[in-house]
Design a protein around this ligand. Structure first.
Ligand SMILES: [Zn+2]
Length: 284
């Protein structure tokens, strides 16, 4: 008889019984060594005037560091006026300059601003500040994706060559995933990312929208782990991307991906490659 401690591959956990030592798949080893690129596709910096939440610089950077996030796509809080959103866009651009290759901006001017102001600020964000996307929040900005304020966002994004991330879930009917089927069909050259994948109640509808529209992608913050697993297997991991939405939610969202039994290749797409490709991020 030999004891567990005699074999480095076995561990007794103090019970006298022998258990195989935990082994790690190749991708887990990469994660543990931090070789795998992790991109958080949905983060905020600035005060959110609608939801009264302060997304501070300290929280953003601390949670990136603690969770070994390589790069974050950062959008402002929900802001109603031009002056305040301009300041928040500038703060994101400033951070992006200080952390090249790790912070990328996503604009979010209020679509109800006068047309000239909305387009002007978006153009400045893309052409002067190097932002990689624009957010559309039907609930925070009271926007019906099918009416003029909503269409203005899709048209401008197409003109400036950036994807649109749209909030889905809370705020139905304008925030229903199915509300995006028509714009996604009308603008086939535009990539549309459904933030929260419809949330738990409408994740099935988000899958349907993505099945019908090859230019629709899903970001999964706040989604139950079983739903994330389901949409990865139904659509393929190259249509799915990790996002946290909130600094204190980063570890939870990463844990979901790491514990739902995805293949190494699927994890690689979901945690970084999908976002890098959709937003054309210069990362490797
Ligand atoms: Zn958000």
């Amino acid at each position: 008889m030999w004891f567990a401690s005699e074999n480095p591959e076995m561990k007794s956990w103090g019970t006298g019984l022998k258990y195989p030592r935990r082994t790690y798949s190749q991708i887990e080893q990469k994660l543990r060594r931090h070789d795998l690129m992790i991109i958080d596709a949905h983060t905020h910096l600035g005060y959110d005037y609608v939801f009264e939440e302060d997304f501070t610089l300290e929280k953003l950077l601390t949670n990136m560091e603690k969770n070994k996030i390589d790069a974050s796509i950062v959008q402002p809080g929900s802001v109603l006026d031009l002056k305040a959103v301009t300041e928040q866009h500038d703060a994101i651009a400033d951070l992006s300059e200080k952390m090249p290759g790790r912070i990328f901006g996503m604009a979010n001017p209020n679509p109800h601003l006068p047309e000239k102001e909305y387009r002007g600020e978006l153009q400045r964000c893309v052409e002067d500040l190097g932002f990689v996307g624009v957010k559309l929040h039907p609930l925070a900005h009271a926007v019906d994706p099918h009416r003029s304020a909503g269409r203005r966002v899709f048209e401008a994004a197409l003109d400036f060559g950036i994807p649109v991330m749209i909030h889905t879930g809370a705020g139905i009917p304008w925030a229903l995933p199915s509300a995006l089927i028509s714009p996604a069909t009308d603008f086939p050259g535009l990539k549309i990312v459904l933030a929260h994948s419809g949330s738990s109640l409408f994740s099935g509808e988000a899958v349907l929208a993505a099945k019908l529209c090859p230019n629709v992608y899903l970001e999964t913050s706040w989604l139950p782990s079983i739903a994330i697993h389901s949409l990865c297997k139904t659509l393929g991991a190259s249509r799915v991307m990790f996002g946290s939405d909130h600094g204190e939610n980063v570890a939870t969202e990463l844990t979901k991906y790491r514990t739902i039994g995805l293949t190494d290749g699927e994890l690689e797409w979901c945690l970084g490659k999908t976002a890098a490709e959709v937003f054309k991020l210069p990362v490797s």
